[in-house]
Design a protein around this ligand. Structure first.
Ligand SMILES: [Zn+2]
Length: 408
């Protein structure tokens, strides 16, 4: 096997791209940039070299084999010294590490298919939709930390968090933005300067950025200073700005049945069958049942977006409940609530409204299209429940016996 070569330590001899005989897969850029390890440098190749020694210790095997997968950006990272970049480049050339534009999918593939423990600080939240085993995982991931009993590093097992759904959406958006060149991983975040502009394709008939697109827009691609149409690969022209907006989801019995946007300064009414223009008519959505129809008011609540705040105002007969960490909040006619990610606004036990975790690009804005036309049952009076205590007796349809009818 490989022994010491031109100046490297024993550590680098443990790097191997033989997947079948490797004991661990390492997220190279993630480790090299982890500032909790060793000194405060934003990138430091000795973190990887000391990790290789720590893995030998952890596995009780001096000949441990480590499969390193490295984001290509690390080879150009000027926060490494020229000597560190040269060493990393020589490992790539010699086939000691695998270089990928984005390392994550390859690391997860090796961990999943070969049952190889993965060493990384990443939570892979954006990959949970396709790989649900990641959430709460206790047996696949490891991380190094500073050795409390001396120099170097030690390796410890990790328990991955189980994120909330909006946190997953936010991470998925972040990785979509990253793939389109619209996210800066070094602290600046999303390129809001590019995302807030309204773009037009040179081709008027373009489905993504053509002249007929009325509201919202998909993600453009940003590459080497140019903003391109992902379909036509031609430069886009900025023709205006996209007003700030938030996106809300409507869940019926847990399934998302509609999404709608609220623009800066706008108020949108949500209810069974709002009598105001631009309202979201829940009764027209798939899965909207008779119990919800009886309970929810025609104009049940409004959502206003101003100054970066989403404000919910109850205008209903039977009230609204907000579920969150901590005790539920009960909104009665006229009371207001600042909506945050993770809050579930219940218009009825079966109908919930929540903020999308996405912040910049909303792909399914058109989903609020009614599935069925409204009927007189939808636009008729609301049943007023008295006493209006949601969830009592624990089921959805059984409030019927305690009702009186009234018109709104
Ligand atoms: Zn186009």
């Amino acid at each position: 096997m490989n022994m010491r070569t031109n100046g490297g330590g024993a550590g680098e001899a443990r790097l191997s791209l033989d997947a079948m005989t490797s004991d661990f897969v390492v997220d190279v850029a993630n480790i090299v940039r982890e500032q909790s390890l060793l000194g405060p440098r934003p990138a430091d190749l000795s973190r990887l070299l000391l990790l290789l020694d720590a893995l030998a210790e952890f596995a009780c095997d001096e000949d441990v084999r480590v499969y390193g997968v490295c984001d290509s950006s690390l080879l150009r990272d000027t926060r490494l010294t020229p000597a560190e970049r040269a060493l990393l480049g020589s490992w790539a050339d010699e086939g000691r590490i695998e270089v990928r534009p984005v390392a994550d999918p390859r690391i997860l593939e090796l961990a999943e298919q070969l049952d190889m423990p993965a060493v990384t600080f990443d939570n892979f939240t954006d990959h949970i939709p396709g790989r649900p085993w990641i959430a709460g995982n206790t047996d696949t991931f490891l991380k190094p930390r500073n050795n409390p009993a001396g120099p170097g590093l030690v390796v410890v097992p990790r328990v991955l968090p189980v994120p909330e759904e909006w946190q997953i959406s936010r991470k998925v958006e972040e990785s979509d933005l990253l793939a389109s060149g619209l996210y800066d991983r070094r602290g600046h975040g999303a390129r809001t300067d590019l995302l807030s502009r309204l773009w037009r394709c040179a081709d008027d008939a373009c489905p993504l950025f053509g002249a007929r697109r009325a509201a919202g827009q998909p993600m453009p691609r940003h590459q080497r200073g140019s903003v391109l149409c992902p379909t036509h690969e031609t430069p886009l022209t900025a023709v205006g700005t996209v007003p700030a907006r938030i996106q809300l989801k409507v869940r019926i019995d847990g399934t998302v049945r509609a999404r709608f946007a609220v623009h800066e300064g706008e108020t949108v009414t949500v209810g069974r069958a709002p009598a105001v223009a631009g309202g979201i008519a829940l009764a027209a959505l798939q899965g909207f049942g008779p119990a919800a129809r009886n309970w929810i008011s025609r104009n049940h609540l409004t959502v206003t977006f101003t100054g970066d705040r989403a404000l919910v105002r109850d205008t209903s007969s039977n009230g609204t409940v907000v579920e969150r960490r901590g005790p539920d909040a009960k909104l009665r006619n006229g009371s207001e609530w600042v909506l945050r990610p993770g809050h579930r606004v219940l218009l009825h036990d079966t109908v919930a409204l929540e903020l999308s975790g996405r912040q910049h690009v909303f792909t399914e804005e058109a989903a609020a299209v009614p599935a069925t036309p409204l009927t007189s049952a939808d636009t008729g009076p609301t049943l007023l429940y008295s006493p209006p205590r949601r969830g009592e007796q624990g089921s959805r349809g059984n409030q019927r016996g305690r009702t009186t009818r009234r018109h709104r």
